[in-house]
Design a protein around this ligand. Structure first.
Ligand code: UT7
Length: 329
């Protein structure tokens, strides 16, 4: 009997309507379009506006469209893994909130926190439930309302982040397509360089933490850049070597969209040519857990059954990893 792989059988995404341009950021902080474009590749990002809206509200339209596309209902889902760094609330899990909003009565779910690598960690863990035979339909959602933890007085971070969400459905595949291999890594010493100072159990919210603007993403950009640029490239190369894949075997490289320069370094290290590297950072910025599923969604029509895809990410934690999958449809 051939091995069962977990294959992506549907993908969809959603970005909110509001476009925050580099020009508008020039009115908020001391920056300019030329600096942002040359240092990051970002031109604009999307922002979820409106009272009382959270990350689950980015997921609902993405997931509803995905279900429609696949011709199933929310009640067909067995498990929802919601990869996010900006959950609706500290608890309960956004996966539960999403299940309620879409009417998934038969699914259990949990949130997964691995910062910008979260979607890859979610794919890898979700695939285990399919491979083991435990579940037939696992929804992996990657999304963030990064504007909720972005300090629009800090020019070093507010230019990077945006809001967005994507989702994929994992189902069993016995044709040899689906998730073939993954290498996932973490190094907790990276906490110093990228974190949220307050709001967790170590420093609960108080008047002081709010006044000190400690509920926003804090990043030492250069330090993170150095780790990201080598580790994301190395792990992508490692997963290719382990699976005897040469650059010409790769149909698409799908990198986390944090900085165009990090994407270029990963492309160079793996030898994948520019026309096969998926990039939409100029329109969405860094949507954290949303970047990779949004790329898959936007490029879906170009993928062919059996295409070799290499996904790679790096994020806070530090966390990083790469997944090799064969597109299934
Ligand atoms: O996705 C999760 C992981 N995160 C990442 O992968 C992000 C990794 N880091 C980066 O992408 C980059 O470090 C940044 C885009 C955040 C910053 O780019 P950089 O080339 O590392 O700039 P820098 O922090 O070294 O700053 C260079 C200069 C500084 O000025 P001085 O000290 O040289 O006078 C900054 O104050 O640029 C200044 N600067 C800015 N100038 C204009 C920093 N931010 C801005 C800005 N506009 N927005």
């Amino acid at each position: 009997m051939s091995k069962i792989h977990a294959a992506i059988t549907a993908v969809h995404g959603y970005v909110p309507d509001y476009v925050l341009t580099n020009k508008e950021l020039e009115t908020l902080v001391d920056t300019n379009d030329e600096w942002i474009t040359s240092r990051t590749g970002i031109k604009e990002r999307r922002i979820l506006k409106g009272e009382g809206l959270g990350t689950s509200d980015l997921a609902v339209p993405a997931v509803e469209a995905l279900l429609k596309k696949r011709g199933i209902t929310a009640n067909d889902l067995d498990l929802i893994i919601f990869c996010t760094t900006t959950p609706d609330r500290v608890f309960p899990a956004t996966a539960n909130i999403l299940a309620d909003k879409i009417g998934a009565k038969n699914a259990w779910g949990y949130d997964l926190q691995a910062a910008c690598s979260g979607f890859l960690f979610g794919l890898a863990t979700g695939s285990q439930f399919i491979e083991s035979g435990k579940h037939k339909k696992v929804l992996v959602v990657g999304g963030d309302k990064m504007s909720s933890i972005t300090n629009y007085q800090d020019r070093a971070t507010c230019i990077i982040f945006g809001d967005g969400c994507g989702a994929v459905l994992l189902e069993p595949n016995d044709e040899g397509n689906g998730i073939i291999d993954s290498i996932l890594k973490s190094d907790g010493s990276g906490v110093a360089y990228l974190h949220q100072k307050a709001g967790g159990s170590i420093k609960p919210a108080s008047h002081e933490t709010v006044d000190a603007r400690e509920h926003y993403a804090y990043q030492e950009g250069q330090a993170v850049f150095k780790f990201a640029v080598t580790n994301m490239a190395d792990v992508a190369a490692e997963v290719m070597e382990r699976n005897d894949l040469k650059s010409e075997d790769i149909a698409w490289l799908v990198p986390h969209q944090a900085n165009k320069r990090i994407i270029d370094a990963t492309a160079n290290r793996t030898g994948v040519s520019a026309d096969k590297v998926i990039i939409n950072i100029e329109r969405y910025g860094n949507t954290t857990n949303g970047t990779i599923p949004l790329c898959l969604w936007e490029w879906e029509s170009k993928f062919k059954k059996g295409d070799n895809l290499i996904l790679a990410a790096f994020g806070g934690g530090f966390t990083w990893g790469s997944i090799y999958l064969k597109w299934a449809y």
